[in-house]
Design a protein around this ligand. Sequence first.
Ligand code: ADP
Length: 301
Amino acid sequence: MFEYDLLVVGSANADLVVGVERRPGAGETVLGSDLALHPGGKGANQAVAAARLGARTALLARVGDDAHGRLLLDSQRAAGVDTSGVLVGGAPTGVALITVDPSGDNSIVVSPGANGRLTPDDIREPSASTLLAASRVVSTQLEIPLETVEEVVRGLRPGTRFVLNPSPPRELPAPVLAACDPLIVNEHEARVVLGADAGATPEEWAGALLALGPRSVVVTLGEEGALVADASGTARVPAVEVTAVDTTGAGDSFTAALAWRLGTGESLADSAAYAARVGAVAVTRQGAQASFPTAEEVAAV
Ligand code: ADP
């Protein structure tokens, strides 16, 4: 009945990465390595992660009519993502300008570009409504305007599951919170969404987040795994032990995998356990999209 297991509504960025001996201070120029250019953005990453696992996936996003936009469309199509919902034009493709020093610390400037022009009107277009109606699960993040996420929530059909990773985090309106099943946060996002009275433990954050209205909550805890919570209770999901080499994209691959598995009817705890295996494989490899595993690779861990 559903044409897509997962529709991701979100950002697509070109990541421009330069290695430096020392990140520059104000007024300073430093010379760096050759430029590396990677497809990124949380929306684009999630769509690639889900498609690589075998989920029938579509992306609703906006890119510029430029080389970065074409790079992003190519990487989506190579992973098997349906890009009929990717709008082109209106502003340059979003970019993240990233400098990384030898210790791995980075400085990042993001120009949202076309991501900031994905508007509520775009979501009301018939083509977008068709995608929303054809998708079992809809996943969003906050690298697109919050009003656009609110319009996605208004456009959800009964029976469609909504998943939100509020990154970058901010306070969320009640109707968006109420639609989340689950709200997926890491520690930093939990603290920002909760504000002053976050509590001290992941269990306390999950309880406080549930009290804001989501039907379920997942707190990701890096190498500590994750915690799932809903009306039936709270449970820890252990991490898979691996040697991490690059944690970029771990949260995106975890969220995509969780959203897909939930749509298949799996329980929250089982979906999170699967997602933890996906995140674990992703951290054993360099990069974001390049690190996302296939279902066969997940089965092997
Ligand atoms: P984010 O990237 O959003 O901060 P996390 O770092 O919490 O998200 O990672 C998401 C998930 O990926 C975790 O819940 C965990 O299951 C898995 N993961 C992340 N880092 C590791 C690690 N070092 N070892 C094993 N699993 C990991």
